[in-house]
Design a binder for this molecule. Structure first.
Ligand SMILES: C[S@@+](CC[C@H](N)C(=O)[O-])C[C@H]1O[C@@H](n2cnc3c(N)ncnc32)[C@H](O)[C@@H]1O
Length: 312
């Protein structure tokens, strides 16, 4: 893994407790209920789950730890991520987590199996683009999880592709989907300029971008899903910081800087980032934000939504 990739993995680790705090519990409770009902109506059948843009598998470990899959004794869980090297990091994270959570882990060809009290989860990791990976999967999925990833995808194509793999009354769970609002406090005079430009950089031909949380609602309906439950899952990171907050905030500032300084990016209204005045504002804004992070006085809020939907 490159230094850049290591940094991303540290960000995913720091994001875990922030997501734990943010996830919309009523949506999670409905997912739990629907999985229970599914287990009752399909006795003896395994639960088939695919998590796209799975990162290091945090959502799988979380849902197992939080008992969301407790109604199923046999689970086939496939994780897909296009970034090379994450499969090894996911394997290491599961190897650390499993014994501590009381699961016995056995390596398999593409992942491993974990077992506990007669329950079994087959974990498989596929490194590849979700469009290639999903086309190879049977049309038999009970649940698709897309955690913090839909904004990085062409929304209509991704939704249709994932829905095409669902079985009868299958579910799509899209937690922590960014929805266009970012704020930092204390306020800085360049906030609007920097953050508008930052949001603008998220939109690209193959990225739905900063309005994805809201856009999910019509994209899901158009793809033949009915909304089951939804709610806000905002990240609110504030002083005093826990152990993970400084690394998380440092990475968020890095994302802002990186996206606004990458060659060819343009700010709002086509404003060039090479524009000296913008660069001066950005430098001043970043210096101030890093100083506030060091002195534990920076607050960060990002608006996300969690959506659970079911095939009609
Ligand atoms: C913000 S990270 C979220 C990771 C994980 N879901 C979590 O929240 O911990 C988004 C992930 O989606 C992956 N990703 C983006 N586009 C993808 C695609 N087209 N196919 C597969 N993975 C993709 C990225 O490599 C990255 O690991």
């Amino acid at each position: 893994m490159t230094r850049h990739d290591e940094r991303f993995v540290r960000y995913l680790e720091a994001k875990e407790p922030v997501d734990d705090h943010a996830l919309h519990r009523p949506t999670l409770a409905r997912l739990n209920d629907l999985l229970e009902a599914r287990a009752e109506s399909r006795p003896g059948k395994p639960l088939r789950v695919v998590s796209v843009g799975a990162g290091t598998g945090a959502m799988c470990r979380r849902l197992l730890s939080w008992g969301v899959f407790d109604s199923h004794d046999d689970i086939k869980f496939v994780m897909v991520d296009k970034q090379e090297g994450l499969a090894d990091r996911a394997a290491a994270a599961f190897a650390r987590w499993a014994p501590a959570a009381g699961w016995e882990a056995t390596p398999t060809k593409n992942g491993f199996r974990i077992e506990r009290h007669g329950r079994r989860v087959e974990l498989t990791y596929i490194t590849g683009d979700l469009f290639d990976a999903t086309s190879l999967l049977p049309r038999a999925l009970d649940l698709v999880i897309a955690h913090a990833v839909f904004d990085l995808l062409p929304l209509k194509r991704a939704t249709e592709s994932l829905v095409s793999r669902l079985t009868d009354r299958g579910l799509v769970y899209a937690p922590i989907t960014f929805d266009g609002h970012t704020s930092f406090r204390p306020a800085h005079e360049a906030d609007d300029r920097i953050l508008d430009a930052y949001h603008e950089t998220m939109r690209a031909e193959d990225h739905n971008g900063s309005t994805t949380g809201s856009d999910l609602f019509s994209a899901f309906t158009s793809a033949g899903l009915s909304l089951v439950e939804a709610g806000g899952s905002d990240w609110v990171v504030h002083p005093p910081y826990d152990d993970h907050a400084p690394a998380f905030l440092d990475q968020i500032l890095h994302f802002v800087e990186q996206s606004l300084t990458e060659t060819g990016n343009a700010g709002v209204d086509g404003e060039s980032i090479e524009d000296d005045e913008f660069q001066t504002d950005l430098d001043s804004w970043l210096r101030t934000r890093h100083r506030q992070l060091e002195t534990e006085s920076l607050t960060y809020i990002a608006h996300n939504v969690d959506v659970l939907a079911q095939l009609d």
